[in-house]
Write a protein that binds this ligand. Structure first.
Ligand SMILES: *Cc1c(COP(=O)(O)O)cnc(C)c1O
Length: 434
């Protein structure tokens, strides 16, 4: 459920007309609904009400400072993967003490920054990394809290580029090696063993793989609680969102219209299925959802440049490109594309929806049904709140897009469109070419 819907013919975010946002701030622009993020958060908490839960929002999904602040106000910590993300949380007024630091290649500087700010735990991916953390903690005269990431070897049944919990990918240690790795970690002078971590993949739409992974890892977790007094079990993120019927999925009626076995995974089913598996462990449960919290809370607003007819096909050329939203090019990601002004008197057509970038992969959709629409009119890419702006680039020397946050009937620019001067600020012509 989310707060993007038509009010009469006009697409609105909460009570804000998206056409008004485009008039003020131009396009392409990401627009986020604060109330949707808050609702997503509350539903997930409620689904897991029987457990001692600490939600660490995976900042990599969308690290705009305003969303980090919103999450911190709702009560989340953060799942962080770089020194830049640690600094963002600090800048947004979030709590590093309730946050974890993940990733396979943490540098010494990043480890130091995390320790200086009292990180809740490092999620460790390898033995050499553990040695590095031990070393940096020693130079600071502190003990570094850690959890080792274990790889439960389950198939998350999601896109190959976003599955992480199968053996043979770069993440975590095989379950069989984990006990020995904990033995070794506990012997290190500057390490404090604090928890266990896993994360099996992203955009999971069934609960089965989550349950399977927990069942596989739970005996190890119980053993580590006995042996080392660990405090928590992080079951990672990965809860999927609706991309296909994104707009319709904003309403409760859409969910109720589907037979239960055809419904995409809800936070209620997630909570109901996992709580009985986790409760007997008697530990704090960490969650690291990113996409689930912000994915359906954002759209990318874009303006139509041309409707081009060529080779018997229609091409809708829009002013957003793969540099602004890379999921379709990178992961075959699907985004529903809807007109900001709906007009049922127009005929329907099928078009490839493409951006202006000089790459064939700059294509958002093939043969997509959409109402006839022309130059200057607006479209919205639905479910673009996660891995949208966060993965945007300046390819083709296009400025980074703007971002706007809506709450109720108010909205504010929370990231101005990049200027040309900002784009080239770090560049210079060297003396030997002058
Ligand atoms: C990316 C990632 C997440 C968040 O994934 P979502 O699918 O956005 O929920 C959580 N934990 C780890 C370790 C990750 O790499």
């Amino acid at each position: 459920m989310h707060h993007f819907h038509y009010t009469g013919p006009d697409l609105t975010c909460e009570s804000v007309d998206l056409a008004a946002v485009a008039r003020l701030y131009g396009t392409p622009t990401y627009v986020y609904s604060a109330t949707t993020v808050a609702d997503n958060y509350r539903r997930l908490r409620a689904g897991l009400a029987g457990l001692d839960v600490q939600l660490c929002y995976a900042a990599k999904a969308n690290s705009n400072l305003s969303l980090l602040r919103l999450c911190a106000m709702l009560g989340t910590g953060f799942d962080l993967v770089s020194g830049g993300e640690i600094r963002r949380v600090l800048a947004a007024g979030g709590h590093v003490r309730e946050s974890v630091f993940a990733g396979v290649g943490k540098t010494e500087d990043e480890i130091r920054l995390a320790l200086e700010n009292g990180i809740f735990a490092f999620h460790v991916e390898s033995e050499p990394e553990l040695a590095r953390i031990n070393h940096v903690a020693g130079t600071l005269g502190v003990k570094a809290p850690i959890a080792i990431r274990v790889n439960p070897d389950v198939d998350a049944q999601t896109h190959a580029k976003i599955t992480t919990g199968k053996s043979g990918n770069k993440f975590g240690l095989p379950l069989k090696q984990a006990a020995a790795a904990y033995e070794a970690a506990a012997k290190l002078k500057n390490i404090a063993v604090r928890g266990v971590q896993m994360h099996i993949g992203s955009q999971l739409t069934t609960v089965g793989p989550f349950a399977e992974a927990i069942k596989k890892v739970a005996p190890l977790v119980a053993q580590l609680k006995t042996d080392f007094g660990i405090e928590y079990f992080s079951i990672g993120g990965g809860l999927g969102i609706v991309y296909g019927d994104a707009l319709a999925s904003g309403s409760a009626a859409w969910w109720e219209s589907l037979p239960p076995e055809q419904r995409p995974l809800t936070p209620e089913l997630y909570g109901e299925t996992l709580t009985p598996l986790l409760a007997p462990l008697g530990l704090k449960i960490l969650l690291e959802h990113g996409r689930y919290l912000v994915g359906n809370a954002g759209v990318l607003l874009s303006r139509v440049e041309h409707l081009k007819r060529s080779g018997g096909k229609n091409f809708l050329v829009v002013d957003a490109g793969m540099n602004d939203l890379v999921r379709p090019a990178m992961y075959d990601g699907y985004h529903e594309v809807v007109p900001v002004h709906r007009d049922s008197s127009r005929r329907a057509l099928k078009a490839d929806i493409v951006g202006p970038i000089c790459e064939s992969s700059d294509c958002f959709a093939k043969d997509r049904p959409i109402q006839e629409i022309g130059e200057g009119e607006l479209v919205a890419f639905m479910s673009a709140g996660a891995y949208g702006y966060a993965m945007a680039s300046r390819y083709n020397s296009r400025p980074m897009p703007a971002e706007v946050l809506v709450q109720g009937s108010t909205f504010e620019l929370v990231n101005a469109r990049e200027t040309f001067a900002q784009m080239i600020a770090g560049e210079k012509i060297p003396a030997f070419l002058r």
